[in-house]
Design a protein around this ligand. Structure first.
Ligand SMILES: [Fe+2]
Ligand SMILES: [Fe+2]
Length: 320
């Protein structure tokens, strides 16, 4: 799929002034834009120290955030109609949200059964490399998102975060489980060797979590990750087992296939339900966030299939 075709899958920019004023370069060249945004994001969240270039950096950041905003608004435009149709009463909204596991964009994509049953080791490594390069880090997204939220949702997010932190043990931390696997099998994840769809997914997740006007979108996006991950990671774990990866190497996938079922139930009951019960106007934002995350995932799966099934013996260095 070339960029032009791929971009036609995104909805057109709205004609509203707030969006057209910053009509972004990324529509013309998705790969270049997503790589630029991914590099900006890596620098944006990296711990740093004072430096002489700070004022120019703030100006560069303002420009990039305008382009990011246009990108996020375009993602919203693609899901706004479906999100607006979601119920706004808390019980009904949670039921609608739960249904996304079955009827959400990209759900039960054939890619995952193929990874479980048929992919070669090289194909699996290509897939993992994309996923690792596009991984925004659930723990950090959660940390950014929970700021100033009401008590009940904040508490549930803290419990979830504590699980991400291995409940205080390095061995149980989720992020390092994935990065240790990446190191061990030498995935060498690299922005320049990652398809734009995977970068777009990570850029969207970080954009929602960092910009407070999308706080409730981030809640929907993180909640839908918890809800839809178990099915996918279970199949990836099966594929890894079939290909001879050790239990230790598979632990990130095996752990999430069980733990995220619990995380999802708690997220829906303790984060989403109370927020919507207190303010039904939040329902469309939470719904948009979930649909944005699922749509970005669906585009990844389509691109991965196109690459993997077109080139059965794809070598990691052949990726764009
Ligand atoms: Fe996790
Ligand atoms: Fe989780």
């Amino acid at each position: 799929m070339n960029d032009e075709t791929a971009m036609s899958n995104f909805s057109s920019l709205s004609s509203s002034p707030s969006r057209s004023a910053v009509a972004p370069a990324w529509l013309a060249d998705a790969t270049t834009f997503q790589r630029r945004l991914a590099r900006f994001n890596a620098q944006r969240i990296a711990p740093a120290q004072p430096h002489d270039d700070w004022a120019a950096e703030v100006q560069r950041e303002a420009q990039m955030r305008l382009e990011e905003g246009a990108f996020l608004e375009n993602l919203r435009a693609g899901v706004v109609a479906r999100a607006a149709a979601a119920p706004t009463e808390a019980d009904a909204f949670v039921a609608w949200f739960e249904q996304l596991e079955q009827n959400g964009p990209g759900q039960h994509d054939p890619l995952f059964e193929w990874l479980a049953r048929s992919a070669t080791r090289e194909q699996m490594l290509w897939f993992l490399r994309q996923e690792v390069a596009g991984e925004a880090g659930f723990d950090d997204l959660l940390a950014y998102t929970q700021v100033k939220l009401p008590t009940l949702p904040k508490l549930e997010m803290a419990r979830n975060f504590w699980d991400e932190m291995g409940r205080g043990s390095r061995k149980g931390m989720h992020g390092p489980m994935l990065s240790d696997l990446a190191t061990e099998v030498q995935l060498n994840a690299d922005i320049d060797a990652t398809v734009w769809e995977a970068l777009a997914l990570a850029n969207a997740m970080l954009g929602l979590a960092l910009n407070r006007r999308y706080a409730y979108h981030a809640i929907g996006a993180l909640g839908i990750v918890e809800q839809t991950a178990p099915g996918r990671v279970q199949q990836v774990g099966s594929g890894l087992k079939r290909l001879g990866f050790s239990a230790r190497q598979r632990i990130y996938f095996d752990l999430h296939s069980a733990m995220d079922i619990r995380h999802s139930a708690s997220w829906n009951a303790q984060v989403i339900h109370p927020l919507v019960a207190a303010n039904s106007a939040l329902a469309p934002s939470i719904a948009e966030g979930a649909l944005i995350r699922l749509s970005c995932g669906a585009r990844c799966f389509e691109r991965y299939r196109a690459e993997l099934w077109r080139r059965p013996h794809i070598a990691p260095h052949e990726r764009e």
